[in-house]
Design a protein around this ligand. Structure first.
Ligand SMILES: Nc1ncnc2c1ncn2[C@@H]1O[C@H](COP(=O)(O)OP(=O)(O)OP(=O)(O)O)[C@@H](O)[C@H]1O
Ligand SMILES: [Mg+2]
Length: 112
């Protein structure tokens, strides 16, 4: 199993959720977060230099998936979250050791 963590622009959330639902993703966690990338949030020019101004609001999606579904989920997120402008976000993929459905005690692929 893997965890796919995607930081996206808030206005893209509905589109990304719909696209992921269409490819059969059955669960996800969504969190409102703040962050910055290499432009350090929005930037402004002050005396000819760029200064970091702020964190920008972003949405973090977390999906835990069987390995076989990861590539499709990643491609779906890229397609739906892409605007082509800076700040479109990032996707991180990491290993998950265990998953357990609390109600039934099912584990791993059966639990996600
Ligand atoms: N290295 C990182 N580690 C953790 N979170 C990150 C990292 N880089 C970006 N993020 C998160 O993703 C959000 C969007 O990043 P962003 O898309 O601006 O990345 P970027 O590298 O600056 O790419 P771009 O040039 O397309 O803007 C950030 O606000 C932050 O929340
Ligand atoms: Mg950026």
């Amino acid at each position: 199993m893997k965890k796919v963590e995607a930081i996206i622009k808030p206005f893209k959330l509905d589109e990304v959720r719909e696209a992921l639902t269409e490819v059969g993703i059955t669960g996800m966690t969504v969190t409102e977060v703040k962050g910055f990338g290499r432009q350090k949030g929005h930037t402004e020019i002050y005396r000819g230099a760029e200064y970091a101004v702020d964190f920008l609001p972003k949405i973090k999606l977390e999906l835990v998936l069987p390995d076989a579904l990861v590539e499709q989920a990643v491609e779906t997120i890229i397609q739906a979250a892409h605007s082509g402008k800076i700040g479109d976000g990032k996707i991180f993929v990491s290993n998950i050791e265990q998953a357990i459905r609390i109600r039934t005690g099912e584990r791993d692929d059966a639990a996600v």
